[in-house]
Design a protein. Structure first.
Length: 92
């Protein structure tokens, strides 16, 4: 691997960490807390599923775990777009 090149698993972990750092900046309201919980759950599930796929018991199991990671990535994109469009992010 070339210096500065991250693996897909590392990029997934970094994405999860970025979302973990984002969540405290969401507005502390009922809607902000709900969306924070949702984006945190889906974003951290991406890396968990990708890491779990490495130990898949079969090709079908690997595909299933990667499909679950893709599903969580799509959901994370939705929540992040909603955060942006709804103005829930505090500008601190």
């Amino acid at each position: 691997m070339m210096p500065g090149t991250m693996t897909f698993r590392e990029r997934c972990t970094n994405f999860s960490a970025d979302v973990v750092r984002l969540v405290p900046f969401l507005r502390h309201s009922v809607d902000g807390k709900h969306i924070a919980d949702q984006v945190l759950r889906s974003a951290t599930a991406i890396g968990a599923n990708v890491h779990e796929a490495r130990g898949a018991e079969s090709r079908a199991d690997f595909i299933h775990k990667m499909q679950m990671a893709l599903k969580e990535a799509r959901e994370s994109c939705y929540w992040l777009a909603l955060i942006q469009k709804s103005g829930l992010l505090n500008n601190n």
